[in-house]
Design a binder for this molecule. Structure first.
Ligand code: MN3
Length: 204
């Protein structure tokens, strides 16, 4: 059975950029609901509890048809949120570091261009979803966005940074102003974690 993973910091740790109340609801209620939904689905095929969640998401077609949508939505919700908590830190912000920082400059020209492109992907995601920076099969960085709780891993990409643009992630503080939330979020991007994610994926 899956349990709610603990948040790597206190609910108020990302203030003033993300208020404690949002973080508490987002973690204790929303992510918990995804955990519960995933457990309910996997109970029908308990052998799948043995498989790492990321492996289920990598190959959703291999998941039994009767729970495929539930694993996609709830499993994605569990995985994405744990990923999201880790790519944020109040000591973050500024510019990307290390090899991933260099790769961002190499692929996008400079940090400002990259920031603008990822922000646009986040802003223009219609309805609920995510914006991502991923490594593709050739090792190149790509920006994308997904609907709902879909993760790029299901389409052969390996995410190193992700931004939740569901209204539950910002509405209590930013109301309808998703753009303001996105701008604020750049102040708490944990570039050290992005670098760790990148090095793991490229095998260094
Ligand atoms: Mn969320």
């Amino acid at each position: 059975m899956y349990n709610l993973p603990s948040l790597p910091y206190a609910y108020g740790a990302l203030e003033p950029y993300i208020e404690a109340q949002i973080m508490e609801l987002h973690h204790a209620k929303h992510q918990q609901a995804y955990v519960d939904g995933l457990n309910d689905a996997l109970k029908k095929h308990p052998e799948l509890f043995e498989k790492p969640l990321i492996d289920l998401l990598k190959d959703l077609n291999a998941v039994p048809a009767d729970i495929q949508t539930a694993v996609r939505n709830h499993g994605g919700g569990v995985y994405n949120h744990t990923f999201f908590w880790n790519v944020m830190n109040i000591k973050g912000g500024g510019e990307p570091v290390g090899k991933s920082g260099q790769a961002i400059v190499d692929v996008f020209g400079n940090f400002e261009v990259f920031k603008d492109k990822l922000s646009t992907a986040a802003r223009s995601r219609f309805g609920s979803g995510w914006a991502w920076l991923s490594v593709d099969a050739s090792g190149t960085l790509v920006i994308s966005s997904t609907a709902n709780q879909d993760n790029p891993i299901s389409t052969g990409l390996f995410p190193i940074l992700g931004l939740d643009v569901w209204e539950h992630a910002y509405y209590l503080q930013y109301f309808n102003r998703r753009t303001d939330y996105i701008s604020a979020w750049w102040n708490i991007v944990n570039w050290k974690q992005v670098e760790e994610n990148y090095l793991t994926i490229i095998g260094e």
